[in-house]
Design a protein around this ligand. Sequence first.
Ligand SMILES: NC(=O)c1ccc[n+]([C@@H]2O[C@H](COP(=O)([O-])OP(=O)(O)OC[C@H]3O[C@@H](n4cnc5c(N)ncnc54)[C@H](OP(=O)(O)O)[C@@H]3O)[C@@H](O)[C@H]2O)c1
Length: 255
Amino acid sequence: MKTPQQLFDLRGRHALVTGAGSGLGRAFALQLAAAGSTVTLAGRRLQPLEDTAASIRDAGGVAHVTCLDVRESGSVDAAFAGLAAPLDILVNNAGVAADAMLLQLDEKDWDLVFDANLKGAWLVARAAARQMIEAERGGSIINIASVLGSAVQKGTGPYASAKAGLIHLTHAMALEWARYQIRVNAIAPGYYHTDMAAGYLDSASGQAMVKRIPQRRLGAPPELGGALLLLASEASSYMTGSVITVDGGLSLAVI
Ligand SMILES: NC(=O)c1ccc[n+]([C@@H]2O[C@H](COP(=O)([O-])OP(=O)(O)OC[C@H]3O[C@@H](n4cnc5c(N)ncnc54)[C@H](OP(=O)(O)O)[C@@H]3O)[C@@H](O)[C@H]2O)c1
């Protein structure tokens, strides 16, 4: 039987994190590196990725950087062609939100949210799975969904629908790729103060929502680390198609 340290040990692994230059993605990258994994940081803007890479290297880790747009298959394939080594772990974290009621929502914002959160997750997972299958080494894919994937809030229609789709896509990929030893799971975070969420969380309605969280506070990005390391490591070797909610109890409340 393995020790707890051996179960969660990611030394010798290679992980790719999309949206690793900011917010939750930056925290995921730092945690994977702290567990021993080499980490490739991906996103559209170079400088935030370089900043995360510098933090990993300062702590003694190994980080690479690649620019990609998850909505474009050509961009995704080019990034994968340039990877330093085959992937063992993918964290599909890149995402955007559009705050608009459905009656006023622009078609372009609908497309942006679905392309970044849902189509993009499929394109990157497909590239990762093809590489994992060719390398015959299996792997772990972790999709970053949301509590809004199973509940809705006014003004989040396209985002919540795309995250619901991402949860179902997680199930579909888990079913199709289990035979290749590829496990596919999701994390559904509650609310964390990042660039994406700041506008809402700093508003009066956001502040009122925080008071309804049973734990009475926002999450801190490192608090997703337990779920991340569980799903990334051998500690979850018999888990696939699961969704782990990390929300301070928010989704338990009726109102
Ligand atoms: N914060 C929360 O409370 C919360 C709750 C539940 C779920 N989430 C999810 O957590 C994930 C991270 O969000 P966050 O809160 O950390 O927000 P964030 O700081 O805005 O991070 C989003 C990241 O995604 C990248 N990105 C966006 N579009 C992209 C594209 N087309 N191609 C490549 N990268 C792209 C951005 O980098 P570039 O702009 O440089 O590309 C950015 O680094 C998202 O999937 C979000 O839906 C967040």
